[in-house]
Write a protein that binds this ligand. Structure first.
Ligand code: GLA
Length: 729
């Protein structure tokens, strides 16, 4: 990893493990151009890729056709209003109401390490393993400065980018769009890949050809959302799981977001990511600065799988924080699907007693323990323990659970307020709302205006009091509706466009405070399942609940899409009861365990009520988790076959970093009559090493396992699964 500047070539070069990123400066005006992002280059200069030798030349040589230059030059951070008619990365409205900005290089800095982003999640690194380039660009007319920041990390083919806008002029400006990163490339017949979904169907993979014009994936829900991830990949047409060039971009942000690709008249492709400009506006007074969230660009020459492994490594080593990052998480049992709102101390203790005897390590008390929360129509905001349900109080319950040798965890939905609550009766003005307009309900609740510090502080103190009242070691932080009727009673009319982003900043401030004050707490984020499964939240919590759909077969698709970007260590996955509450499907208990093993692993069922045969399997599953979790959490993930594509079976594996061990999960979704065994080619092993498959006598060379493969016998029945443990002999 290195960052250099060549005065002769007028190029900045960012070198990663196996990739390079080149930025060139052209013309006397110093336009900042994107020259190259791809497989690692040698020392040679590639400034010629900026095509300044071709018509329409650079402005200083051909001022007459200045607009032709602006509209075709591969910009590093394109601006609107002066002649680049493609999508712009930034839009600024000046005091006179005009929209134009021209950014040219003023200065640069290269340094070891990486600075934190105040109030925002970001990748981090030390002076040893991270380097940063900062380009300061300026618009001389408005005296607006834009600092583009680029960081690279030892051993990882990724560039982390963000943008800061500073108003150095004398008049306020309105920021209408500030993308975190933008990159211009030549089209190489790319496909684009996004993750789409819905509640209980999150992060399904969608790959389509890249067309001309603008294509985007975005959220205006105030959260990253179930529907579209802050992510896009561009893939060479022939790229597969294992081969071909792939570019991925992922925003580290949990609010309104947009990833956009624009294929233009010269088959040029502009890819950008940032806060969604829809419904966004930010007033920047003289002397003020605006910091964008961070976006990560990943390059892979080893197909989609290579991209995933790079994201996983980056996020495991340079994003997720806290003591649980590298630790096995306690196997939890959550009472949501077990009891919904119908529980009390006795019921919870009965579940805990049975669970602890089976080896489960933590009881999580979900929604329904506070105020008069007997159903989901009331009480959000009233974070006082309901002692009618929690008889004897919270401390008694937690102590009893602890006496069983189990940890205790609790659910909150801190950002919400029910109209039917004590809090709303006292503070109706605390809800996000537009004066004179009845704010729409979702799940019968409204959203607290988390942009306001006094509301953040109130919620925080209530939560902290609960957490201090007993030995609570885990929090599930939920968020069960999108934001609508956007209005804050604390913002002036011209600043209402800031609310969405200020809300997210408030959320981050609260979570930062929580993990600072309670450093040993295991925090799991959640949003009606996986509506806020994003890299922003991963900065605060090492795990996120993947989906309210716990069906093992649905989970194959959800977890495949999630693992496209996010490490398995972050995927909240539980074994639940059947018929499954989301789809009504009945799958073997064993398969449910094997599929949940690919995530954090836990249970979401009433262990006192499930069939005896299922209950009897739990101690074995607990052993399985302890045997394999280090490997799953820290290993390299390879997709072998996708049920989404073949409609028959699914297969993936995790390989230990030193290649001494691997675990293959094979799920035969649909049983097949009259079939012989299926040949599976393993991946990621060391070709020269000798391996053994647990339970078999013979040994195999790694090359044999990867080229000739193994035969997995046909299993009789639907939804059956098998683990194959490969160990170095
Ligand atoms: C959301 C979560 C569930 C559960 C419920 C409680 O839907 O995703 O896991 O916590 O809320 O209301």
């Amino acid at each position: 990893m290195n960052i250099t500047y060549s005065e002769a070539a007028k190029c900045f070069k960012l070198d990663m493990a196996d990739a390079s990123y080149v930025i060139g400066i052209v013309d006397e005006e110093k336009f900042v151009g994107h020259a190259y992002f791809g497989k690692k280059l040698g020392e040679e200069d590639v400034a010629y890729l900026l095509r300044t030798g071709e018509a329409p030349f650079t402005p200083e040589q051909n001022a007459r056709d200045r607009l032709s230059f602006l509209d075709c030059f591969p910009m590093e951070y394109p601006t609107g209003g002066i002649g680049d008619f493609r999508e712009s990365a930034i839009e600024v409205r000046d005091n006179g109401g005009h929209r134009a900005l021209q950014l040219n290089l003023k200065d640069y800095r290269i340094y070891e390490g990486k600075k934190a982003l105040p109030g925002l999640p970001a990748t981090w690194g030390s002076e040893k393993d991270t380097r940063t380039l900062e380009l300061t660009l300026e618009d001389k007319v408005l005296q607006v400065e834009v600092i583009l920041s680029y960081s690279v990390f030892e051993g990882i083919d990724a560039v982390a980018r963000h943008t800061k806008v500073i108003n150095k002029g004398n008049a306020p400006v309105m920021l209408e769009k500030v993308m975190s990163a933008s990159i211009d490339m030549d089209d190489r017949e790319y496909d684009k890949l996004i993750l789409h979904g819905s509640w209980a169907r999150e992060r399904h993979i969608d790959r389509t050809p890249l067309n001309y014009g603008v294509q985007s994936t975005a959220s205006v829900r105030g959260e990253s959302g179930h529907q579209q991830q802050p992510f896009m990949a561009l893939l060479e047409k022939h790229a597969t799981e294992d081969v071909g060039e792939v570019y991925g971009i992922n925003l580290l942000y949990s609010g309104n977001c947009m990833t956009l690709v624009d294929k233009g008249q010269f088959d040029n492709v502009r890819l950008m990511s940032g806060i969604n400009p829809a419904r966004f506006g930010w007033k920047l007074n003289p002397g003020e600065e605006f910091q964008s969230p961070e976006a990560v660009l990943v390059y892979s020459s080893e197909g989609i799988g290579g991209m995933s492994r790079t994201f996983h490594d980056l996020y495991r080593t340079h994003l997720i924080r806290g003591e649980y990052r590298d630790k096995k998480r306690p196997i939890l049992i959550n009472n949501w699907e077990a009891t919904y709102f119908d529980f009390d101390t006795d019921k919870l203790l009965a579940i805990a007693r049975e669970a602890s005897a089976l080896g489960i390590e933590m009881l999580v008390m979900d929604d329904g323990w506070f105020g008069n929360r007997y159903d989901d129509n009331r009480a959000l905001g009233d974070w006082d323990v309901n002692e009618e349900k929690i008889k004897g109080g919270l401390k008694y319950l937690v102590d009893e659970v602890n006496k069983l040798g189990m940890k205790f965890g609790i659910w909150f939905e801190p950002e919400m307020i029910s109209p039917e609550s004590e809090l709303y009766r006292k503070h109706p003005d605390w809800a996000i709302q537009i004066p004179g307009r009845m704010a729409g309900l979702a799940r019968n609740q409204l959203v607290l205006d988390m942009s306001r510090a006094e509301i953040q502080d109130y919620v925080y103190e209530k939560m902290a009091a609960v957490l201090r009242s007993a030995n609570i070691e885990y929090v599930k932080w939920d968020m069960n509706r999108p934001l609508s009727d956007i209005g804050s009673l604390a913002l002036s009319p011209e600043c209402q466009g800031e609310l969405f982003h200020r809300y997210v900043l408030g959320l981050y401030r609260l979570q930062e405070r929580l993990i600072t004050d309670f450093p040993h707490l295991l925090l799991e984020n959640c949003s009606g399942g996986g509506a806020r499964f994003d890299a922003g939240m991963l900065y605060y919590s090492p795990q996120i609940w993947c989906s309210d759909d716990t069906d093992a077969i649905e989970r194959l698709m959800i977890q495949e899409g999630t693992a496209l970007i996010y490490p398995l260590s972050a995927m909240g996955a539980h074994v639940s009861d059947c018929p499954n509450h989301a789809v009504g499907r009945v799958t073997p208990f064993e398969t449910r365990g094997h599929v949940a093993l690919a995530g954090t692993f836990g249970y979401e069922l009433d262990v006192t009520k499930i069939p005896k045969e299922d209950r009897e399997m739990i101690p074995e599953q607990v052993k399985m988790y302890h045997k394999y979790n280090d490997l799953v959490r820290m290993g390299d993930y390879y997709r072998i076959a996708s049920y989404r594509e073949n409609h028959m079976y699914d297969c993936y594996m995790v390989v230990k970093k030193d290649k001494s061990e691997a675990l293959v999960t094979f799920v035969q979704v649909m049983g097949r009559p009259n079939s012989h065994s299926r040949r599976i080619l393993l991946k990621g092993l060391a070709p020269e090493k000798t391996y053994r498959i647990e339970g078999e006598e013979r040994t195999y060379l790694g090359s044999t396992l990867m080229q000739a493969g193994i035969l997995v016998e046909n299993i009789w029945g639907d939804f059956k699964s098998k683990l194959i443990h490969v160990i170095e002999a």
